[in-house]
Design a protein around this ligand. Structure first.
Ligand SMILES: [Zn+2]
Length: 720
């Protein structure tokens, strides 16, 4: 009797395809195989095996079983769950899960070994080489270096047959964590939280804890103890820590390395393919027991995942907005459930969703009260820009400039915070009013002075800044409107020419290493004033930073998005929390045109709970998350009449279900991107409704023509 293998391919296909298993191949669930699809051969994964019933038409056979680690059953289950939830093809998350498996293997390397033959002519140099070679298998160059002799000595011994060189595969080796080490000293609040987490981990099974503590309360030390408990409880247990930013990943990797005397596996987009391959294999084999990484690390093939930490769980970067759309914090909880693992969500400003789960008892809630060590929370002052406006064409108000001068005079540091990249967010023509946009797109071009270019942050389009208006042809008429970090840096240099000033923004930093260098320069006091986007608002620890200036505290409040208030609060609380983390008291100045706004008042009073209560009540009234569910459907096409006809048909096809309201179709706020018109539906559902199933049923009722794309975003974060 032959068998049929269902093979999932990392492609946007609705389901797994059936293939015949060739005689004697002995496939098992999770095996990676080569399977034909049309004229191509693709790497796929076996997700089902069944006996073939007679009389079916013949299936194409699986071409080969690959000599690669199989995907564990739990990983497969997670992939399929994630696809169903996101109303996407299971091949989309599978492609993420196989990213490491498809990366090239590290090249084999040459090592030398002793052959047992004694050298004909022993010398002290040769003796040193033989002694070193007996200790470890090294490359010829490393062996010479280890023995402290010239390369010729090693070469001579190889030629004589005393040593032999051979090629070995680079093994995905990871040093095991040293569990005899102890962590740093904890204060009473930390110690209590650490003990509760250790107990949760030892108890085993799925459970979720919100680790809730103000910036600087030492959450990392606490979850490191939970990791230690998980690793100690089971010699095969694995731990995953997720971080929202690559720059932050670096810092946390260092903390893990220090705590366990071994570097964890590192996983994010900046990792070179061979290193990625090494981590993937290490995780699949169980040799890599700790992974620190960005959201896609959630799709690694863990064998025995026992603890997942989501640090800065409120961070919007956990939401993947392109390709396979998912919220990594939510999927981390799902993966924890599938793996029967403990999950820790850590934040100083938890998301409303997580807080709601903590309030209702679905999550355990641990609060860290005191700041670590002697540090105190900074004083927060609101600068009313209507009363103290900056000079024309300037962005720093007199009170903020004064505070910067005082801080500089004391030899302390200032962080100016503006969540806007580039020099100016808008370039317009003074002659005709033309706003510079990317071709066929409604988003403004942002001026970047460092590169002299105008860049579209949405589509990636860029052009040199022209010297005349492309619309009316007027010369020297293009004006830069509004501030970006580069412009604020320019102003700071004019005001304080003697100060050492740096910009921290994703455009001015090329990679994680450079970001780390700048963070270290700030930590060691080599920078007086840092102008930064949100990247620097998170998690870093600058001992001499005593002043935070928020250039435009109102920025996040504009543009009607459901999380605007929450996000602004989180960002500003994080940014102001940077100040005064050590012995020196800190101060934060927020420039605002709306000092009476509840977000500003809550920040000034440092009353997080009052802010959250107000926000929670508003959401409950409107039935918005976490009290209801939201889904967005974005339909785009190049031909406006065809698009209009399709969205009208789609509106009619919406299933009529109790507890679900469909709004739209409406023009999306960004109505034109890369020449495609965009329309949006918004779906609001009661909490009890399976929104994913509803959206899947809706989409199954319509057949979009090839020129039209339908994208579904469950729990949208972007409303553009
Ligand atoms: Zn013009």
């Amino acid at each position: 009797m032959s068998r049929i293998a269902s093979v999932l391919l990392p492609m946007p296909l609705p389901e797994a395809f059936d293939y015949a298993e060739p005689e004697g191949m002995g496939l098992a669930l999770g095996d990676q195989v080569a399977a034909p699809l049309g004229p191509r051969t693709l790497r796929g994964v076996v997700v089902g095996l069944r006996e073939a019933a007679g009389g079916n038409r013949p299936l194409k056979p699986v071409e080969a079983r690959l000599e690669e680690p199989a995907l564990p059953e739990h990983t497969l289950e997670f992939i399929q769950w994630a696809a169903r939830y996101s109303v996407d093809a299971p091949g989309a998350p599978l492609a993420i899960a196989l990213r490491g498996a498809r990366a090239p293997k590290p090249k084999p390397h040459k090592v030398v070994e002793t052959t047992g033959t004694a050298p004909a002519r022993p010398t002290p140099a040769r003796a040193k080489v033989l002694a070193a070679a007996a200790e470890a298998r090294l490359s010829p160059a490393d062996l010479a270096r280890a023995a402290g002799v010239g390369a010729g000595v090693v070469k001579g011994l190889i030629e004589e047959g005393v040593l032999a060189a051979r090629l070995v595969e680079t093994e995905a080796s990871f040093d095991p964590p040293d569990l005899s080490r102890t962590g740093s000293a904890l204060n009473a609040s930390q110690a209590a939280a650490a003990e509760a987490l250790r107990a949760a981990v030892r108890e085993g099974g799925f459970n979720v804890t919100l680790l809730d503590g103000v910036t600087g309360s030492g959450k990392t030390e606490v979850y490191l103890e939970a990791a230690a408990a998980a690793l100690a409880a089971d010699p095969e247990a694995q731990v995953l820590a997720l971080l929202p930013e690559i720059a932050l990943t670096q810092a946390v990797i260092a903390r893990f390395a220090e705590r366990f005397g071994a570097a964890p596996g590192e996983w994010h987009s900046d990792i070179a393919p061979p290193a990625r391959r090494k981590v993937w294999e290490g995780v699949a084999s169980g040799r890599c027991r700790i992974v620190v990484g960005a959201r896609s690390a959630l799709f690694l093939p863990f064998r025995k995942l026992k603890l997942i930490v989501v640090d800065e769980e409120h961070d919007g970067s956990y939401k993947q907005e392109e390709g396979f759309i998912y919220q990594a914090r939510d999927l981390a909880v799902v993966r924890g459930k599938i793996e029967d693992a403990a999950v820790i969500l850590a934040s100083a400003t938890p998301s409303l969703e997580t807080l709601r789960n903590a309030e209702t008892g679905r999550y355990r809630w641990l609060r860290l009260s005191a700041r670590h060590g002697t540090a105190e929370l900074p004083d927060v002052e609101l600068v009313d820009l209507r009363e103290s406006p900056p000079d024309t064409g300037r962005w720093l108000s007199p009170p903020l400039v004064r505070a910067m001068g005082e801080t500089l005079a004391r030899g302390e540091q200032t962080l100016l915070f503006l969540n806007r990249r580039g020099y100016a967010p808008l370039v317009l023509c003074r002659a005709c009013g033309e706003r510079m946009c990317a071709p066929d797109t409604e988003s403004w071009l942002v001026e970047h002075r460092y590169t002299g270019r105008l860049v579209c942050h949405l589509t990636g389009f860029s052009m040199a800044k022209p010297d005349k208006c492309p619309h009316c042809g007027a010369h020297d008429s293009l004006a830069s409107i509004g501030p970006g970090v580069e412009r604020v840096e320019e102003e700071a240099r004019l005001l304080f020419p003697q100060a050492r000033i740096a910009v921290f923004s994703s455009d001015t930093l090329f990679d994680a290493r450079e970001a780390r260098r700048l963070i270290e320069a700030m930590e060691s006091g080599e920078i007086d004033i840092m102008v930064a986007t949100q990247a620097a608002a998170k998690g870093h620890n600058f001992p001499n930073l005593t002043l935070v200036g928020v250039v435009d505290a109102d920025l996040g409040l504009r543009g009607g998005d459901l999380r605007a208030g929450e996000r602004t609060y989180q960002l500003l609380a994080q940014a102001t929390g940077r100040a005064g983390r050590h012995e020196r008291p800190g101060r934060a100045l927020l420039q605002t045109y709306a000092p009476e706004h509840p977000v500003m008042q809550a920040l000034k009073a440092q009353d997080r709970d009052a802010f959250l209560q107000a926000e929670m009540a508003e959401r409950e009234l409107a039935g918005l998350p976490p009290f209801g569910r939201l889904g967005a459907v974005i339909v785009s096409g190049e031909d406006p009449p065809g698009l209009e006809a399709f969205v009208q048909a789609m509106a009619k096809a919406a299933p009529n279900t109790e507890g679900v309201e469909v709004y739209g179709p409406a023009d999306a706020p960004l109505g034109l991107v890369r020449g495609r018109r965009r329309k949006r539906f918004l779906v609001r559902a009661e909490r009890t409704v399976d929104l994913s199933a509803y959206l899947a049923a809706w989409r199954a009722r319509v057949k979009p023509p090839a020129s039209i794309r339908v994208a579904i975003d469950v729990d949208p974060y972007s409303f553009l």
